[in-house]
Design a binder for this molecule. Sequence first.
Ligand SMILES: [Zn+2]
Length: 214
Amino acid sequence: MLLKPIYKCSICGKYIEEPVHCGKKAILLLDSKRRLMLSKLVSGLLRHYPWEIGISLDREGWISIDDLVNGIKTKWKNKHLYQWVTREHIIALAELDPKGRFEVSGDRIRARYGHSVLVRIEYEINYPPKLYHGTSISKLNSILKQGLKPMNRLYVHTTISKSDALLNARRHGTPVVLEINVECLRRNNIPVYKAGKTVYLVPYVPPECIARVY
Ligand SMILES: [Zn+2]
């Protein structure tokens, strides 16, 4: 994963991925390396292990941004790598996330999807024309027999982007991309929730709704 650096415009104050804004050189806020390490840490804390920094999420997954920053700087096991973090870094990271992983509301933040800790987030039901899911060839047989199940997450993660599905699949071995028949899900009264810019969540995909294997 290659992430662009994040800059802050010195004139209008916007967070941007270009080094120039409003006709002026912008201030570097997060270089690519820091952006990636902070993104991974915040995703992990808000989805899987908030207790590692002594915080707990509310029922809908929210946590105060200040508590998150303080927890990272005082309680995270590698806190020495994160002493530079401020609330501004967290807000910029959330605003510019390419997949819409995070949501900021007032002084709180949450992950939009991907939780293994139990949270209740209200998503909008949205059936896009096509959905894809990346997996590995070793899981294919059982998926074609039993369908797609959430495993250790709350939902099956799917995407409208075939290339994102392929990227996900590559992380698990010999990649396979499944095309899901969305009309079939609708016929079976299985809801599809829009969670991020390209990410859609489904409680279950029965085998008959898997349209193609790439
Ligand atoms: Zn500007």
